[in-house]
Design a protein around this ligand. Structure first.
Ligand code: SF4
Length: 187
C-alpha cells in the first residue's frame, strides 16, 4: 500500500490490471452498466437529476409517455440509480451495438467534464474505493470476468494506460503523477 494524499492505494492490485474500455463489446451480461447497483455519494443525486432531460434524449427508458421517470432509488447501502427489470442502469443506451452512458453523452453535449458528472463509482470502474478509514483505492472484485479487463505480467512498474487514464479523470493529473513517482521510488 502507498499513501497518496489522503488515500491508501493498493498498488499491487492496480499494477496487475489492464483495462481498455470497449463499449462495442458490451452486452447485457458483460457490461458494467448492467451488473452493479450504482451507489450515489453526497450531491450526486442532484447532479444526475440536473442532467436528466438531456440524458433522456439518448436513454429512452428515462421517459414514460410525457414524463421523466424518477431515476433515483434507495439501495442496500443508501441512494442509488434505478435499473430496469434486467438490472441495466436506466441511463445506459445502445448505439450501433455499443453500450453507452447517457449522462456521459449529455455532459459532452453541454461541454461539461463527463467523468465529473457521472457518479464516481461509474467513473472509477474497474477501480473502486473501499469504505475503510482511511479509504483504499483498489480494483473492484471480479472485474476479470469482463472482456475489457485482463491481468498483466507480474513486476510491471507502470500503471496500464487505461488504469492511469481512469485515475487521471477521477483524481486529477497531480494525484496520478504522485502515485507513479511513489511506485517508481518503491520499486
Ligand atoms: S450512470 Fe452511466 S456509466 Fe453509470 S451505470 Fe449508468 S449508464 Fe453506466
Amino acid at each position: 500500500m502507498l499513501q497518496i494524499k489522503n488515500m491508501l492505494v493498493d498498488v499491487d492490485a492496480l499494477l496487475a490490471l489492464s483495462h481498455t474500455c470497449q463499449p462495442e463489446n458490451c452486452d447485457r451480461r458483460q457490461s458494467c452498466c448492467a451488473t452493479y447497483e450504482v451507489p450515489l455519494e453526497r450531491g450526486e443525486g442532484a447532479r444526475v437529476l440536473g442532467l436528466l432531460s438531456d440524458a433522456a434524449r439518448y436513454a429512452k427508458g428515462l421517459r414514460e409517455q410525457d414524463e421523466f421517470v424518477d431515476p433515483l432509488d434507495e439501495g442496500d447501502v443508501g441512494p442509488c440509480l434505478v435499473t430496469d427489470e434486467s438490472g441495466k442502469c436506466l441511463f445506459a443506451y445502445t448505439k450501433k451495438g455499443a453500450t453507452l452512458c447517457s449522462l456521459h453523452s449529455a455532459a459532452l453535449d453541454l461541454d461539461l467534464p463527463p467523468y465529473r458528472m457521472k457518479p464516481r463509482a461509474c467513473s472509477l470502474w474497474p477501480l473502486a474505493i473501499t469504505d475503510d478509514a482511511p479509504q483504499v483505492l483498489t480494483v473492484q472484485d471480479s472485474v476479470l470476468t469482463f472482456p475489457c479487463n485482463s491481468s498483466r505480467r507480474k513486476g510491471a512498474k507502470r500503471l496500464h494506460s487505461g488504469v492511469a487514464d481512469t485515475i487521471r479523470e477521477v483524481f486529477g493529473e497531480s494525484f496520478l503523477t504522485e502515485l507513479q513517482e511513489a511506485i517508481n521510488a518503491a520499486s
